[in-house]
Structure formats: C-alpha cells, structure tokens
Write a protein that binds this ligand. Structure first.
Ligand code: GLN
Length: 198
C-alpha cells in the first residue's frame, strides 16, 4: 500500500515519519510518499492533506488543477485525512472571513469550520483528549492556530471535542482533525487512518 502526503506547503515531512512509524507498529508493508502531481495522487491508497496555511495550499491546489483529482479519489472511497489547514480545505462551509476572501475550499465534507478559532500563534496549546476510536488512553493533541468544526450534518460522526467544540470528525472515508497528530509521538491516529484503507 502507498500513502501520499500532499506536498504543496506545510508539515509534510512529519506526516511521512508518522506514517512510517504507524506502518511499523501495525506490522504492515507499505510506503509513504510526498505527492503533488495528478497521476501520483490518483495512484495512492490514501491521502493526507497536512497542516500549514490553508489559503496557500488551497490556491496551489487550484493552480495545479488538483481539486478535481482529489474530489475523484474521495468519491472513490480513498481515505483522506485533513489536519488543521487540511481540515479547513475539506470543509463545505467556512466562516465569514473564508467567505470574504473567497478562500478556495475542496468542499468534500459536510462540516462548517471556523479558522484560527482559538486565537493566533501565541494561543497554541497541547491537551490530552479522549478519542473513542483510538481506545481508552487519551491522545496527546497539539493545536497550532487551530480551526474548529462549528457544525456537522449528513453522515458526519464527531470523533472528539474540546471545551464543547468539535475538533475531530469523520464522514465515511474522510477524516478532519483540528490538531496535529504528526507532532505527537503517539501513532494511533495514523494507524486508525491506515486501517481505513480497504
Ligand atoms: N490557521 C491555519 C489556516 O487556516 C491552519 C494552521 C495550521 O495548519 N497549523 O490555514
């Protein structure tokens, strides 16, 4: 199996390392690759859209014409995990600022998001959260200028909340996380994602 990390901007390397460690822990053979071309994206068995700057990543997705390709693999059931900026990009609805600047979103998941919901860089924080799909032990979550999910509808399942705000959700083959699993040493989130590959 091959897991791709969309490598236009953001923390690509950290996801590649986490996936490698997760594959090892699951005793699975596979590789993970930084991807940025249409053909390569069509080739992978799962795709991660990393954290970074969602306006930049969104613009580059559009410039390289990758939006229709990502939409196609999503429709085909390929697991896609968006973390932080990646969560923003997966959303169907954004906040007032997203609308004002006409930010490009992929619009794949039935969620409404708010960017920078916990404030600016200085308000970044770490917290252990209980995430049922990862088991009993709390998961260490790193939030950096994090967005939150304000509303979910349709087939979306809430996976985690922090202070009554939704910070993780799943809609079938799509996962959106406010925090950065690639910055925690715990590989359970990436393992959960890999296990979604059919
Ligand atoms: N606030 C950023 C954005 O909306 C996301 C921050 C991050 O990915 N660490 O693009």
């Amino acid at each position: 199996m091959e897991i791709g990390v969309l490598a236009l901007q953001g923390d690509v390397k950290e996801h590649l390392t986490s996936i490698k460690n997760a594959l090892k822990n699951l005793k699975l053979k596979g590789k993970c690759t930084a991807v940025r071309t249409k053909n390569k994206i069509l080739d992978v068995d799962a795709l991660i859209i990393p954290g970074g700057e969602s306006t930049t990543i969104g613009k580059l997705i559009k410039i390289y014409g990758l939006d229709s390709i990502i939409e196609r693999i999503a429709r085909n059931g390929v697991p896609i995990m968006g973390t932080c900026a990646g969560l923003v990009l997966l959303a169907r609805e954004g906040d007032e600022e997203v609308n004002r600047i006409r930010q490009e979103l992929l619009g794949l998941m039935s969620i409404k998001i708010r960017r920078n919901a916990f404030g600016r860089q200085r308000e970044s924080f770490e917290v252990d959260l209980k995430i049922d799909v990862l088991g009993e032990e709390p998961y260490h979550c790193v939030f950096i200028r994090a967005p939150v999910i304000e509303r979910v509808w349709g087939r979306v399942n809430v996976l985690a909340e922090y202070k009554n705000r939704i910070v993780a959700a799943q809609e079938d083959n799509l996962i959106a996380l406010s925090f950065h699993p690639e910055l925690s040493n715990d590989t359970r989130m990436h393992e959960y994602f890999i296990r979604m590959i059919k």
